[in-house]
Design a protein around this ligand. Structure first.
Ligand code: PEP
Ligand code: MG
Length: 581
């Protein structure tokens, strides 16, 4: 049994056989050859090596011609690596003596080479490791062992173990078979984490290097509550996790009884409790769990989960479905938040050194109107079917908000002129995710119809911590006093100007933090569907006075850790059922 510690990003427990994706994400099962297949397999390998060599040589010539010999030498070096006698001998030995398939041998040998280079702790050689993995990928492709798409063809339940999973790969995981996942990289606020929560897949990220120690099919426990991953658990550990799984299921069943009860404190202070969704089909769960509406629809996942760029009609169909299925409840559509860790179909920006500070979100939409306009048209068209609002993400300056709103007006005019059914008088809001917007909030509130605080980005930009970087995960805390003070200012300004305000960042999905926000005066939270009933349970277990006392005490504290310890204590006192043991 091996126990690993990572960052818990999506709660719950999953138990199942491992499916290990190598660093490039390919699934190469260990398969053995019959004795009479060995010769043909070795010939297949030789053929693949020849084809890759030809490809590398032509890359070298073409690149040298375009970018100079120095650049072309990258491929000369790869050619040299591919023909390294020790590497070739090791491949031959595995096929001839151990009867491994060529694909499996290639994946293991090149992987070990890359790892050895990485361990030398020399940045230049670490780059070479990427070259080795590139050769691996090409050989595997020539051997027919991988196609371009990852994670296809699952036919049994698995736990995915990978170096990295992108948000779009996570969005496309086959929920019928994938029970949970853990990755070597990734941070607490990344979109991979958010999608995992949306899919209700227990997940642990940022574990550091461990894949070398794991084989396919060994039993794995993913503990998404505490950030633990247990490989090959002993019978005692397995039994205790099975017990926890059972306890979780019975808590979920108990919480489902709250579905139709209002989210209000013991003494009757109401909270509007909406849900965050990434996909239209999630509305079913939202209704099942009694959501008051959709407080954040992350529409960029329409891009990330389809092979082709969505058309205006695709947008329209998705939004109409959501608003119809919500049966009159309000739906807030957030416009595209692409860029940084969420990339679309075509390169929308040049290479950026700091993509989280670069051309992302509303900035990207405003510079790609052929992408933005169809979405705005679809939102106004879908608004005839129900209660739709629109909000713009990552607004930093007043000019950005004005430009986006103006574009919405222009689009409404176009629709009117062409006689297309639509509704133009929908509320237009902004997300508050950048400290600059908080500082200017008194001006913004004069122009916006509502505010929604995105604490995931607000924490990232306030604390100067990349939300998806495992190395600084300990610094990424939405309960940091600096973030709390910014939220308090938003609440104050919104109240003064009678401007509706909600919080849709992940912070509000944590029951203890939800109580704090309630105590700070927030009356509308939007949380992942998986958290709706837990947050409702917490709210229904306290008085508003208790929440306010919590807020008063917390605002005197100096560190996120103190805040969280205090909040956990209070939660244990008021709602012990929700404490995970
Ligand atoms: C946020 O930043 O808090 C937010 C809700 O938006 P996203 O997580 O999609 O960036
Ligand atoms: Mg955000």
């Amino acid at each position: 049994m091996v126990e690993l510690q990572g960052i818990p990003v999506s709660p719950g427990v999953a138990i199942g056989p491992a499916l290990v994706l190598d660093a490039a994400g390919y699934r190469i099962p260990r398969s053995l050859l019959a004795a009479d297949e060995v010769e043909a397999e070795f010939a297949r390998l030789r053929d693949a090596v020849d084809r890759v060599s030809t490809r590398l040589e032509s890359n070298r010539l073409e690149t040298s011609a375009v970018a100079g010999e120095h650049t072309g030498d990258i491929f000369a070096a790869q050619l040299q690596m591919l023909h390294d006698p020790r590497l070739q001998a090791e491949l031959r030995r595995r096929i001839e003596q151990e009867h491994q398939s060529a694909a499996y041998a290639v994946s293991r040998v090149l992987h070990n080479y890359a790892e050895a280079l990485r361990k030398l702790d020399n940045p230049l050689l670490a780059d070479r490791a990427e070259d080795v993995l590139d050769i691996e990928k090409q050989l595997l492709f020539c051997l027919g062992a991988v196609s371009e798409s990852r994670l296809v063809d699952l036919d049994e339940t698995v736990i995915i173990l990978s170096h990295v999973l992108t948000p779009s790969e996570t969005a496309n995981l086959d929920r019928r078979y994938v029970r949970g996942f853990c990755t070597e990289t990734g941070g607490p606020g990344g979109h991979t984490a958010i999608v995992a929560k949306g899919l209700e897949l227990p997940a642990v990220v940022g574990i550091g290097n461990f894949l070398d120690r794991v084989g396919n099919r060994i039993k794995v426990i993913v503990d998404g509550d505490r950030g633990r991953v247990i490989l090959d658990p002993d019978p005692e550990t397995l039994a205790s996790y099975k017990k926890r799984l059972k306890a979780r299921r019975s808590l979920t069943a108990k919480l489902s009884e709250l579905r139709d009860l209002p989210a209000e404190t013991i003494d009757g202070t109401p909270l509007r409790l909406s849900a965050n969704i990434e996909f239209p089909h999630e509305t079913t769960t939202c209704i099942e769990r009694g959501a008051d509406g959709i407080g954040l629809y992350r529409t960029e996942f329409l891009y990330l989960s389809s092979r082709e760029e969505p058309s205006e009609e695709d947008h329209y169909q998705a939004y109409s479905q959501v608003v119809r299925e919500m049966e009159g409840r309000p739906v807030v559509i957030r416009t595209l938040d692409l860029g940084a860790d969420k990339m679309g179909h075509r390169p929308l920006a040049e290479y950026e050194h700091n993509p989280f500070l670069g051309l992302r979100s509303i900035r990207l939409s405003l510079r790609n109107l052929d992408l933005f306009r169809p979405q705005l048209r679809a939102i106004l068209r879908a608004a005839v079917h129900g209660d739709i609002s629109v909000m713009f993400p990552l607004i930093t300056t007043l000019a950005e908000f004005r430009q986006a709103r103006m574009l919405l007006n222009v689009v409404a005019e176009d629709l009117k002129e062409s006689g297309t059914p639509h509704r133009s008088n929908i509320p237009v809001g902004m997300m508050v995710e950048v400290p600059a917007a908080v500082m200017m909030l008194d001006r913004f509130v004069e122009e916006v119809d509502f505010l929604s605080i995105g604490t995931n980005d607000l924490a990232q930009y306030t604390l100067a911590v990349d939300r998806s970087n495992e190395y600084v995960a300990d610094l990424y805390q939405s309960s940091d006093p600096a973030v709390l003070r910014l939220i308090a200012r938003c609440v104050e300004v919104a109240k003064e100007h009678d401007c509706p305000l909600s919080i849709c960042g992940e912070m509000s999905s944590n029951p203890a933090r939800a109580l704090l926000l309630m105590g700070m005066g927030v009356r509308h939270l939007s949380v992942p569907p998986s958290s709706l009933l837990r947050v409702k349970k917490a709210i229904r277990s306290v008085s508003i006075g208790q929440c306010e006392q919590m807020a008063e005490r917390v605002m005197q504290l100096e560190a996120a850790r103190d805040v969280d310890l205090y909040l956990l204590d209070r939660l244990g006192e008021y709602v012990p059922e929700l404490i995970v043991t």
